[in-house]
Design a protein around this ligand. Sequence first.
Ligand code: UN1
Length: 507
Amino acid sequence: MAETHRHYVDGEWISGEGDETFTSENPASGETLGEFHRGTPADVDRAVDAASEAFEEWRELSRIDRAEYLWDVYHALKERTDELGEIVTRECGKEISEGKADVVEAAHMVEWAAGDARHPKGDIVPSEIAAKDAYMRRKPRGVTGCITPWNFPVAIPYWHMAVALVEGNTVVFKPAEQTPKCAHVVAEMFADAGLPDGVFNMVQGFGDAGNAIVESDDVDTVLFTGSAEVGHGIAESVAADPGKRVACEMGGKNAVVVTDEADLDVAVHAAVMSSFKTTGQRCVSAERLVVHADVYDEFKARFAEAAAEVAVGDPLNEETFMGPLVEAGHHEKVRSYNELARDEGVNVLVDRTDLDAAEIPDGHEDGHWIGPFVYEADADADLRCTHEEVFGPHVALLEYEGGIERAVEIQNDTNYGLAGAVISEDYRQINYYRDNAEIGLAYGNLPCIGAEVQLPFGGVKKSGNGYPSAREVIEAVTDRTAWTLNNSKDIEMAQGLSAEVTTGDDD
Ligand code: UN1
């Protein structure tokens, strides 16, 4: 029998305190991919202790020395892209080019963080006093807890951890329970890079392990990417502790706006990519298409045709566009939103909730299959289906009349504010959208998915308070010191404040 995969704590692979294990299953075939020890809060505490212990020595290395370890990880990611990409596809069900892109994105993030180690860091700041040097220095905060989702099981852990480590923090990683095999490989890469014991730790498991990170007094920063429900709970629990910092990146109810003079080839292509890539399971996926009345009928016909035809199937097959949903519970949720939309009285245009038996690949009858669900709804109606995040290939067409102001009003009619796109040939409409859409990631004549690591990544409103990418992670995992040094023997103060110490004898 295959070995049960272990946690990685203090430089060792350990089984942990608990007796429970869990398995990882391929969502396309039901095949078991491995068995894993389920981490307990006690295992998390042990990992946090190891990370706290390792912090003093790790922070004393130069940034450049710390980055050297990351270069080994970078080369491993480059060398193992195909192998690891296939593991991603087998474990979370996204089609194979997406599986590989996940690993490539991880390599990019590690490259950014390790390369950044040789760049100037901090600011030299002017002083009113000529003899003073003033500058801003950064210090690592300590132990960083990283709680990551299953839809980017390799990229997002590295978004969090690469920068946290280069900046001098130590890490406790709690990956999503749906993708423990990917997480195991991530941990192997850190183990192989020979980081000092305790600098990187991983505990596999569920929400109780994640909560133990959030609640630990010895975790200084929590980086979370995942659902709004869990993220808001984390933000609330951390708010009670002013010493702890949290950066959460959560969901969206993202929209693509198609204006009256848009190029409809671009519009349909961008909308299909935005709504159906990753089977709609990206936090940046579009579930609303806001389309001008002048082009509505033509766009609707073309988009519905594309949605009816898009290839659903075995994600290991390069011809597939959409793989399965990640797990049974999620499948149930997406189906129930499709039903809810019908109950709310929308006009359904394409319903591939139940695929034809012929569409399901042989031997994959147990997969969590679903196809596109496309409908028209009234943009002003207060419907749950057009306001709540589904996280699946569930998309509403919302028609608008009038100018771009009206389209942006519809775009902003959501509590979320993550991503969006405008499809237009008119720079004035694009600029209006750019300045007024309440989102953190905005695209023109592109899908609203596909950010790159060197850009900030994150949203406004209910979508989060964290930008877990590159420079923005540095803000979360470091504290700043405004440092001022006097080069003179005389003390001179800013703002003309007198530095003279007067005594009663002065006159
Ligand atoms: C997510 O959907 O959770 O911009 C992250 C993108 C990817 C990251 C998405 N680079 O689509």
